[in-house]
Design a protein around this ligand. Structure first.
Ligand SMILES: [Zn+2]
Length: 437
């Protein structure tokens, strides 16, 4: 076969479409929601199936505002161009507005292609609780249970035994880690804005990805007939966006971040052990001539050279750092929960009294994960929304601890932030938090 190839190397402008609705109470905190609009060819599934969901959300948000329920935080909707050739539209926008985004962006929620089936959510693990809450409220159109319950069933059926037992006891869905491949990248990996990627899939047929067959006709016949899951995506995306936009305290829960980091460390340590055992075994087989004896003598056989033994790695500094992260997360989570409870006790029925000037949210994803590690012995005092932490041990990390100061209370409507917050980790490793009026 001979292929004759032709390329069009000309440059073309890319157009992002950005819509912004200013928040009524916290216009300085931005919730961003995006999906790309460009496609390789026709792109009925990638990206239009996701984009129509996003547009339905934006419409609903506009209607809520007209009816007197505008968002408390600023909401920015984005339809990105030039995603396919390299995330160009979102990356240029994020680079152009980097300073403002570092200052104001609280969370970026991405979607891309959508299909029929199960909820797929990945992203910053501090948002895992929020995803679980939303997954419990959106109805799966094929089964009538929540999309969370359906996904739980799928994972119990298809997961390994450990996963099965964990889900039996906790019922809590874990969200996936995000690599790259869609427009969350410039936000999550370049600017360090906490991000989510959501969509539905697993039951739509495939094969048309990035080809001329990704047409509307194929989509409506084989991928998501009736665009039923397009509507489900809109319900999911809008719930996530509105909760973030209207919560008194941004719904971060740092215990999940720490737990996830701990699991990753265990995985890496196991991988190192496994690799060491593999090399040892191969070298033993080589030494005992077993490889040669097991080979077919009528076929060519080249004895491998063998690898040098794998060194033992010291994971102690990493594990110690993780202990500090876990304690800092515990302090932040407990202190914030207590702060909200305390305020509720002190202000029954009063939703609007408190309003102090705060900076935009510092972010747990900002900077490397390692820089978010704070010393175990830390004392925090500050506003609930942004902990001011003084590191009593005197080493670096206080500011990072401040960045961990956002709490889990997404859904405490009519409860505003107030009070001075104190949290500490004692010598026994127990975290405590309290609030001063
Ligand atoms: Zn796409």
């Amino acid at each position: 076969m001979r292929l004759q190839l032709e390329f069009d190397w000309s440059l073309a402008p890319a157009h992002n479409v950005i819509a912004r609705m200013p928040g009524t109470e916290r216009p300085d905190q931005w919730i961003l929601r995006g999906n790309h609009h460009d496609a390789w060819v026709i792109g009925a599934r990638d990206p239009i199936s996701g984009l129509v969901g996003l547009m339905a959300e934006a419409k609903a948000l506009g209607r809520l505002a007209r009816e007197g329920l505008p968002p408390r935080r600023t909401v920015v909707y984005a339809a990105w161009d030039a995603e396919e050739p390299g995330l160009l539209g979102s990356t240029e926008w994020a680079e152009h507005h980097a300073e403002a985004l570092r200052e104001h962006a609280a969370v970026y929620i991405n979607s891309d292609s959508n299909s029929r089936g199960f909820l797929r959510a990945g992203g910053s693990h501090a948002l895992e609780t929020l995803v679980n809450q939303v997954a419990g409220e959106v109805e799966d159109p094929q089964t009538g249970v929540s999309v969370g319950e359906r996904l739980l069933a799928f994972r119990r059926v298809n997961g390994n035994r450990t996963e099965y037992e964990r889900l039996q006891s906790s019922g809590r869905l874990r969200i996936a880690a995000l690599g790259s491949g869609s427009d969350y990248s410039p936000f999550l990996q370049h600017l360090g804005v906490s991000s989510l990627n959501v969509g539905y899939g697993g039951e739509g047929s495939g094969g048309e990805y990035h080809t001329a067959f990704d047409t509307f006709d194929f989509f409506r016949r084989f991928v998501d007939p009736g665009a039923v899951y397009g509507a489900v995506l809109a319900r999911t995306g809008l719930r996530l966006t509105l909760r973030l936009a209207n919560a008194d305290v941004l719904p971060f829960e740092f215990g999940a971040t720490a737990a996830t980091a701990g699991r990753y460390i265990n995985e890496v340590a196991d991988l190192a052990d496994e690799e060491r055992r593999k090399i040892e075994r191969e070298n033993e087989l080589l030494d005992s001539a077993a490889l040669r004896l097991a080979a077919d003598p009528t076929k060519p056989f080249v004895e491998p050279e063998g690898d040098p033994p794998a060194p033992h790695l010291n994971f102690a500094p990493l594990r110690n750092a993780h202990d500090r992260l876990a304690l800092a997360a515990k302090v932040a989570d407990r202190a914030l929960a207590e702060a909200v409870r305390s305020w509720r006790r002190g202000h029954p029925g009063d939703a609007r009294r408190v309003g102090h000037k705060e900076r935009a949210p510092a972010d747990p994803e900002r900077g490397s994960a390692a820089s978010a590690l704070v010393p175990a012995s830390s004392l925090c005092a500050g506003h609930v929304h942004r902990l001011r932490c003084e590191d009593v041990a005197g080493s670096a990390g206080g500011d990072r601890a401040a960045r961990l100061g956002r709490g889990p209370m997404a859904d405490r409507h009519h409860r505003r932030r107030t009070g001075r917050l104190r949290g500490a980790v004692g010598t026994d490793g127990r975290a405590t938090g309290s609030v001063e009026p």
